[in-house]
Design a protein around this ligand. Structure first.
Ligand code: SAM
Length: 632
């Protein structure tokens, strides 16, 4: 914010939103005394102190004029010796600014140098210098364009530097294949270039991740634990999925090949990620963004707007990655450039973030270790505004279904999505925006409609709508009875267990009879919820005969829609996986332990299923060994 005056001497406060402040220095360096600006379509508004002021939301709505710009009113023009100069003097000035990290001024000087008559060779050196500043400013598009215009000419003075910088720009744009090619060429033509080798190794690593989907997840965990913000240097893998039309749901994400339950669907690096470090009580700067359309946004979500807007403004080649995301009824501008500057529609960005951002923990695993009973958070635009959040454009194409077939996990700013069932090729991938619970239908329905503007028509919701209040009440009563029986088991005396287990089976059957459709189509959450926790507690108390335990576990899994063959002795095969709700990993781990007594031959297969379930929830199973045991 600063006080500005116009040619008539009228004075007003001006507020510039979303301006770059990390790479160029402090906010005070953006609006410097004496600077001349053009504001396009100025928006005059009442400020919080009761005065009027100007607010600039869109980055391209402000033009910072250089001192010799002819658009500066004559009365304001200041004759300065600095105004004249040759390409070489401007270049020297640019170099000075560069040394003091005054990058904006450096770009301005180099640009002036390029406007002066100069030899081709001089021009190319200046362009190369400017490309280095662009790299520092993370303006990879501009860096690449400077380098490419410098390298094409045969007289390019520093082809080695140019190749190196080209590789850096391509890496910044996550164009890893081209980056590897540039670095290989560099290695071939300049074998003495020592920096090229580690850069090539790094780029090959990213390309391998991108093409194979093979990650060293333990390594990712250590990086996320160390780095602040936890922005990991890893590549996106999109091997098994593609975005396609999904009828009335707009776009959706589909499998391109058949995948097995637990398989990696994609692993995506965030396009932008705002981190709030809860442990240290610090993170990105807290910002309050008042937005006439969406009300106020606080904290991470408004920082995410800043980051996204700036990244796109710096690198317009990435624009469609974000502008293609769902934005409801908002009508964006159709201009992509104005006065040679990219147009980033700030209001569109805020809308996109509101509908597509995901709240995220530092890592799903760490979050579980701290809060073992918390279920998966709601998606996107989580209400807890001080929570970290990010934009993952591929993940944003996934529509909601309560009977979801995929889950996401986070490690730093990497999102890992895995199938929770076997999926045929061309199946639409769905997951939860709101987690389904036995009692939560009405609340879920309201939240989905209010925030995302749709009514879920999955089998679970359809069934809920058709279920009468009387049936619901009966189900609730039976669920309470089931829970009581299980608790009684925990307390019961030896010898009475068989009778209680039999009663549990009767109640579970009565509950099952309140559902019309098979549990494979409509998971019976009420039964699962009633059984899951007390069952685990009973197992811990070791009160029941092993065979009884096994039966109870199998019927709890069946309630979620599992189709399991065998399971009592001899063999166990999961033919179909059920709904991947909270508590499933723990249940598989407990069943494995029960098998130690009841059917030792089933310990290994049950552990295999526990590991698969763990992979679905945490995105990886490399940490299964040390942490898997903590589930009990
Ligand atoms: C994060 S986007 C998902 C991708 C979106 N379909 C697209 O075209 O990009 C969220 C929006 O998708 C639509 N959507 C998601 N799940 C849906 C569902 N089950 N039924 C209808 N629309 C859905 C809603 O318009 C919602 O606001």
């Amino acid at each position: 914010m600063a006080i500005v005056e116009d040619e008539k001497g009228d004075v007003l406060m001006v507020q510039l939103y979303h301006q770059e402040n990390d790479a160029v220095g402090q906010a005070e360096d953006i609006l410097v005394e004496g600077m001349v600006l053009i504001l396009k379509e100025p928006y005059l508004k009442l400020m919080s102190d009761g005065n009027y002021g100007l607010r600039v939301d869109h980055l391209s709505d402000v033009v910072f004029l250089s001192a010799n710009d002819e658009r500066i009113p004559t009365s304001w023009q200041r004759e300065s010796p600095a105004l004249s100069g040759t390409a070489l003097t401007w270049k020297a000035k640019g170099n000075e600014h560069f040394k003091t990290s005054a990058y904006r001024s450096a770009v301005e000087c180099y640009t002036r140098a390029l406007d002066c008559p100069s030899t081709l060779e001089e021009g190319q050196v200046i362009r190369l210098n400017r490309s280095l500043v662009f790299l520092r400013l993370q303006q990879y598009d501009a860096a690449l364009s400077d380098i490419e215009s410098a390298t094409v000419a045969e007289t390019a003075k520093s082809p080695e530097k140019a190749l190196f910088r080209k590789a850096e720009a391509l890496y910044g744009l996550e164009r890893y294949r081209e980056c590897c090619e540039a670095l290989k060429k560099l290695r071939l033509e300049y074998p003495d270039n020592t920096a090229a080798k580690p850069r090539l190794t790094r780029a090959i690593g990213r390309l391998a991740e991108h093409t194979t989907g093979k990650y060293q997840f333990k390594q990712l965990h250590s990086e996320a634990a160390e780095l602040r913000p936890p922005h990991l240097d890893h590549a996106t893998y999109m091997g098994q999925v593609s975005i396609r039309p999904a009828g009335s749901r707009g776009r959706g994400l589909f499998t391109t090949k058949g995948v097995k339950a637990g398989d990696l669907l994609f692993c995506e690096k965030a396009f932008s990620h705002a981190f709030i470090d809860k442990e240290q009580g610090r993170g990105v700067d807290m910002t309050l963004l008042i937005d006439s359309e969406n009300g106020g946004t606080m904290g991470a979500q408004s920082d995410l707007s800043d980051m996204t807007i700036r990244k796109l403004y710096r690198n317009p080649s990435l624009m469609s990655t974000i502008t293609d995301l769902h934005h409801g009824s908002y009508q964006p501008v159709d201009t992509i450039q104005v006065d040679g500057k990219p147009v980033v529609d700030t209001f569109l960005m805020r809308r996109i973030i509101a509908l597509n951002a995901f709240g995220c923990p530092l890592s799903t695993l760490a979050s579980h270790q701290q809060h073992p009973n918390r279920t998966q958070t709601t998606n996107p635009a989580e209400k807890e505004t001080f929570h970290s959040c990010g934009l993952w454009p591929t993940a944003s194409a996934i529509n909601h279904s309560c009977t979801s077939n995929a889950r996401r996990a986070f490690i730093g700013d990497m999102m890992i999505a895995r199938a929770t069932r076997d999926l045929a090729p061309d199946t639409e991938i769905t997951w939860w925006y709101q987690v389904p619970t036995a009692d939560g239908h009405a609340q879920r329905k309201t939240a989905l409609l209010r925030h995302w503007g749709f009514a879920c028509d999955c089998a679970l919701c359809e069934d809920e709508e058709r279920t009468s209040a009387a049936v619901r009440a009966r189900r609730k009563g039976l669920a309470a009875r089931l829970e009581r029986c299980l608790v009684a088991l925990g307390r019961g005396r030896k010898g009475e267990e068989a009778a209680v287990v039999a009663e549990i089976e009767t109640v579970a059957e009565a509950m099952a009879a309140t559902y019309d459709r098979p549990s494979r189509e409509v998971p019976r959450l009420a039964i699962w919820e009633a059984m899951q926790k007390p069952l685990m507690a009973v197992v811990e108390m070791k009160q029941v005969q092993p065979a009884g335990w096994v039966k109870l576990f199998l019927s709890a899994f069946a309630a979620l829609g599992y189709v399991i063959e065998g399971g009592m002795s001899g063999m166990i095969v999961v033919r179909e996986w059920g709904l991947m709700v909270g508590g499933v990993v723990a249940a598989w781990m407990s069943l494995r332990d029960v098998y130690r007594l009841a059917a030792p031959e089933l310990v290994m297969p049950a552990e295999g299923y526990a590991k698969t379930a763990y992979r679905m929830v945490f995105g990886e199973d490399e940490t299964f060994e040390p942490y898997g045991e903590c589930w009990l």
